[in-house]
Design a protein around this ligand. Structure first.
Ligand SMILES: Cc1cc2nc3c(=O)[nH]c(=O)nc-3n(C[C@H](O)[C@H](O)[C@H](O)COP(=O)(O)OP(=O)(O)OC[C@H]3O[C@@H](n4cnc5c(N)ncnc54)[C@H](O)[C@@H]3O)c2cc1C
Length: 430
């Protein structure tokens, strides 16, 4: 365990942190850059800009929780650290969406698997969409820099039982398997990553980029929700924000106005488009809020001959990408996997991407008729190799990372940084 708590120490040393729950009157503040969200995207951006000498304000709707608050207790942690107390779901209730809502964002509660975007995916983006600057060799120094900053490395400790069963299964079936890289330093292998790391081992934004930004004179407002970006002619002029009480959810009625020359919206894949839509930001191509991607987390449940306590130990330490690229990067898309007649799980390769789940437009098995539902096994098409090989119970989903910037801004950080690819540097205001 890290006995010196980085956050407690920083607060004691005079970091500029405002708990908005304590504000008693409306406030206006100004900086070169206002960064909305303190997760993976916001933390990284804020640290880089603050290190380059720009004045930075960070805005976070969740609260600042740290080691003293991480008590390995699910009931309070889920309520405090997750969006909507971990009850965020899609409109139809079909998919639970896990997202962090605290300083450090989802990186404070995530499971520490730290992968590079796979080379075939980067190459596909380059070839299909002309994103040449994202090719693997161009990205390598950026990945190197982030891996160093967040202490990412393949997990050295033996996997816990359920991860080891995955490894054994792969070996039996002749599938490839690898060890997952994790962003941890001195991890105790407790398995409580999802409720805030009690030993400060997890090197998410809370232990790295947020302290890095605050050490470099950034100011953090927590318990403060970005409501609306306000335009003046063709530029964003200021941000309107509202304070929450120390329960994290009750508005206090206090309003904060933040002015800056640049605004970075890094409020997650759902929070960012939400803010931009509320703000009526010009959207000439009508893309804001139109497409979201979620990263499904499936649980495969089985009765095992031996005892398996999956909650102990690093939650994810073994992976297999055996099926990932069998059909190329853009293999068939499964939109749902149940026949609307027999309601059994069916391999869904032939289902159209437009099919709507849980309705009669949800496709039927080829052999299923209303009067005689099939057994779900008869002559259903063979599942494409790119899909999950088992019928599993979907229990958890999380969203993919996304940090949307309202104007690309960066500078020369002292952390490793690829010289050839420095984005434009905004000038410090006089
Ligand atoms: C339980 C869980 C496990 C995960 N495990 C992994 C894993 O093992 N490996 C992996 O690669 N990824 C994992 N992820 C996903 C990963 O953590 C996210 O993809 C990543 O953190 C997203 O970064 P972000 O900056 O876009 O958003 P976030 O990190 O979610 O940060 C967004 C921040 O913005 C704040 N915010 C939102 N709206 C507003 C507003 N209006 N005003 C002010 N603040 C606002 C939020 O409170 C939040 O703190 C996991 C996620 C979860 C929830």
């Amino acid at each position: 365990m890290s006995l010196t708590d980085r956050i407690a120490q920083g607060l004691e040393s005079g970091w500029n942190v405002t708990d908005s729950a304590l504000l008693t009157q409306n406030l206006t503040a100004e900086a070169d850059v206002v960064v909305i969200g303190t997760g993976a995207g916001g933390g990284t951006t804020a640290e880089i800009l603050a290190r380059s000498g720009l004045s930075v304000i960070l805005v976070e709707e969740g609260r600042l929780y740290y080691q003293k608050d991480f008590k390995m207790d699910e009931q309070t942690s889920y309520a405090n650290l997750y969006q909507e107390g971990m009850s965020r779901v899609t409109r139809d209730g079909a998919i639970a969406i896990l997202q962090g809502r605290c300083v450090g964002g989802s990186t404070t509660v995530n499971w520490t698997s730290s992968f590079r975007t796979p080379a075939p995916t980067l190459n596909y983006w380059a070839e299909q969409f002309g994103l040449d600057e994202l090719r693997p060799d161009a990205m390598a120094p950026w990945f190197d820099g982030r891996e160093e900053r967040h202490s990412m490395a393949p997990w050295q400790v033996d996997p816990n039982v359920n991860n080891d069963i995955l490894r054994q299964g792969c070996e039996k079936l002749g599938y490839s398997w690898q060890i997952i890289p994790r962003n941890v330093k001195g991890c105790w292998n407790l398995g409580y990553c999802g409720v805030g790391c009690p030993t400060n081992a997890k090197q998410g934004a809370l232990m790295t980029t947020i302290p890095g930004a605050l050490d470099n004179n950034a100011r953090l407002f927590h318990s403060l929700r970005a409501d609306r970006l306000v335009m003046n002619e063709d530029k964003i002029d200021h941000l309107e924000a509202s304070a929450f009480a120390d329960d994290g959810v009750t508005p206090t009625g206090i309003k904060v106005t933040l002015k800056a020359r640049h605004f970075v919206v890094a409020a997650s894949a759902i929070g960012s488009p939400g803010l931009l839509l509320r703000s009526d930001i010009p959207d000439p191509h009508q893309r804001i809020g139109k497409r979201s991607f979620i990263h499904p987390v499936n649980a495969t449940v089985a009765q095992m001959p031996q005892r398996v306590d999956p909650f102990y130990g690093a939650p994810q330490s073994i992976y297999s990408d055996e099926f990932n690229f069998r059909n190329g990067v853009d293999g068939p898309v499964v939109t749902n996997s149940r026949c609307h007649r027999c309601t059994r799980a069916c391999p869904a390769a032939s289902y159209p991407a437009t099919a709507k789940p849980r309705s009669t437009t949800w496709p039927a098995c080829p052999t299923c008729s209303p009067s005689s539902p099939c057994s779900g096994t008869a002559s259903t098409p063979k599942a494409p190799a790119a899909q999950s090989p088992s019928a599993t119970t979907a229990v958890r989903y999380w969203t993919t990372p996304s940090a949307t910037t309202s104007g690309r801004a960066s500078a020369k950080p002292s952390t490793p940084w690829p010289k050839s690819s420095s984005p434009p540097v905004p000038k410090k205001s006089a």
